[in-house]
Unconditional design. Structure first.
Length: 284
């Protein structure tokens, strides 16, 4: 027997060639305890725990209705592109986050779209003085590379704007090699650590900057995929629709002004509008 240091949601642990292997709860998949477990298997184990009654549901499990569900995982632990709850189905990205409207069982999800950019935004509790930007940058880069084993080249930014700390993780499909930890798994582990629900075995994360403990009030995770999500307008809130309309009107107005200005100068310049979609699944 052995202890799975990086995942407490396992059973039937055994050692083979110096490596601790355990079965992920809720599946028959064996995981290597020397590295992070995939987010899909972790979510499935969490749902198995909840159903069994062996522990209380996470306090924020239902604040985001899409945040926790019982996922279907491939044999290698990644999410299946199509996820269903009964007869209701939807498509997800590599982070397991819904990227389409919900449909019936006839829905086709032709590929598992990669999440290439994850933005983790944390709001710390009120304090009199701002934190040291240098200390914050060093702490989170050290934690992410050592605790979560992510190659430092995928950490593109640690930004501090009191009281918000924003961490950018970028890893597209051409950059990620077979041995690299996935940024979606890192973000899931970090989010659990920040919320006091660590996935590590007896190893809670102590977030201390310059020997001062740091507490957080809110954590939001944003996802940017290699292919834009496919939500219909009907799935958006009226407030968001209003914002989109205002933005579109502003862009059209700017183009009209640009074209008229160029014509007055006797020149014509083709203007191209590039659509860039950023979306999020937020949980407090």
């Amino acid at each position: 027997a052995c202890i799975c240091e990086k995942n407490k949601r396992v059973t039937n642990c055994r050692e083979a060639n110096g490596v601790c292997w355990c079965d992920s709860i809720g599946t028959s998949v064996s995981v290597n305890c020397g590295t992070l477990t995939s987010k899909c298997l972790l979510m499935k184990a969490e749902m198995a725990h909840t159903k069994s009654g062996r522990r209380e549901k996470p306090k924020d499990a239902f604040e985001d209705t899409d945040g926790l569900y019982d996922p279907e995982c491939e044999n290698n632990g990644v999410f299946k592109a199509k996820q269903c709850n009964g007869t209701t189905c939807w498509c997800v990205n590599t982070a397991g986050v819904r990227r389409t409207d919900k449909h019936d069982e006839n829905l086709k999800c032709n590929q598992l779209v990669r999440t290439m950019w994850i933005i983790i935004e944390m709001k710390h509790a009120e304090r009199n003085s701002p934190l040291s930007t240098e200390s914050l940058d060093k702490f989170f880069k050290d934690i992410i590379t050592k605790r979560y084993q992510l190659n430092g080249r995928y950490i593109t930014n640690v930004l501090y704007e009191k009281p918000y700390i924003t961490i950018d993780l970028k890893q597209n499909s051409t950059e990620k090699s077979a041995g690299d930890v996935d940024i979606a798994d890192v973000a899931y582990y970090l989010e659990k650590d920040v919320k006091g629900d660590s996935l590590f075995q007896n190893n809670n994360l102590n977030i201390s900057i310059d020997n001062e403990a740091l507490l957080f009030e809110k954590t939001v995770v944003y996802y940017v995929d290699e292919i834009a999500p496919e939500f219909s307008m009907k799935s958006l809130t009226p407030g968001l629709i209003a914002v989109i309309v205002v933005v579109i009107v502003a862009i059209v107005a700017a183009i009209v002004v640009l074209v008229l200005t160029r014509r007055r100068k006797g020149k014509y310049v083709k203007a191209e509008v590039v659509n860039f979609s950023v979306w999020c699944m937020c949980g407090e």
